[in-house]
Design a protein around this ligand. Structure first.
Ligand code: UDP
Ligand code: MG
Length: 302
């Protein structure tokens, strides 16, 4: 059986369409399936729509969070609840074309365990967003050693891969990168990002920045190493200036230098604060992991 995990946050218009389309495509190909909608604490009628979809498509299952926990949490809840021999994850807005599931499923039948959806284009996005995404994925790719430039959350995973992902206890799991990190027999399926029909993207600039910081800190300690490198650079500068100051003192020409001192003070001060901030992000992550709160809280299931 194929489980399809569909995170949905304020997708009341898309839930019925997604349920019908997926059911049509999968039953048309004779694939036994379940459609697992995760209502990530929606504020609209998403949950009612999921219950209604259940009446026309019996393969529908629903899990409702007690509040909004974010897409990563929804995906992991889906992996946990899924009963299938393989599990696919796709967006409720159908920006991930569902027809590609058939191709992914065929690859799974051939023995592949991790089938990654790879974007051929990023769809319609502003130039700034594109640039930011490029920087973010550049960093993450370096940190994880996996090329993530066109990675997405559209994937099909074998039961073994799912079980491995579920053993990971980190609260801030980054699904997109972890699925590559775990290894297994992997292949890619290219797809074209579709236009969203109803509703709006859930990402604000603020939430994207938070998302980027959270994922970078969970996959890379490079920012903290940069702090060390900066420290060494400052040491070199300090030695040079120190030497100059000593020579001036000895030769009796030490005078003025007020501007230099002010500039150095400000410069070092800001570097110190930025460094402390970077370290702070990691301490915050450690704190959150130590608190060991659950990734999500389920309110109801159908
Ligand atoms: N989503 C979610 N929880 C959230 C935000 C988004 O479950 O807090 C779901 C959303 O319903 C959709 C998917 O994640 O199915 C992708 O969201 P969206 O389309 O807003 O992102 P984009 O396609 O713009 O990257
Ligand atoms: Mg979308």
């Amino acid at each position: 059986m194929l489980s399809v995990v569909i995170p949905a946050y304020n997708e009341e218009k898309m839930v019925p369409i997604a349920a019908e389309r997926l059911h049509e495509i999968l039953s048309g190909a004779g694939i036994t399936h379940e459609l697992l909608f995760i209502d990530d604490g929606s504020k609209d009628r998403t949950w009612q729509r999921i219950s209604q979809a259940k009446q026309s498509v019996s393969q529908v299952r629903g899990v409702r969070f007690s509040r909004n926990f974010g897409k990563e949490a929804a995906i992991f809840a889906g992996l946990k609840e899924a009963k299938g021999d393989c599990v696919a994850v796709l967006d409720c807005d159908l920006q991930h074309p569902p027809e590609k599931l058939l191709q992914m499923y065929a690859l799974w039948e051939q023995g592949y365990e991790v089938i990654e959806g790879v974007k051929t284009s990023r769809g319609r996005e502003s130039a700034l967003h594109r640039f930011n995404a490029k920087c973010f994925y550049g960093l993450i790719s370096k940190a994880s050693g996996i090329d993530m430039a066109n990675a997405s959350d559209y994937k099909l995973l074998d039961r073994r891969a799912v079980d491995v992902l579920l053993t990971m206890r980190e609260k801030h799991a980054f699904f997109r990168a972890l699925s590559g990190w775990i290894g297994f027999r992997t292949t890619n399926v290219e797809y074209e990002v579709q236009e969203r029909k109803f509703g709006a993207s859930k990402w604000s600039t603020r939430s994207l920045i938070r998302y980027a910081i959270s994922n970078i800190t969970s996959f890379s300690t490079a920012p903290m190493q940069i702090v060390t490198i900066l420290g060494f650079l400052m040491l070199v500068v300090a030695l040079v200036f120190g030497a100059i100051a000593l020579v001036q003192k000895i030769t009796g020409t030490a005078l003025g230098g007020f501007t230099t001192i002010i500039l150095l003070l400000l410069f070092i001060g800001s570097l110190l604060m930025i460094s402390l901030g970077i370290i702070g992000f990691y301490i915050a992550r450690i704190y959150e992991e130590v608190q060991d709160r659950p990734r999500y809280i389920v309110q109801t299931r159908i």
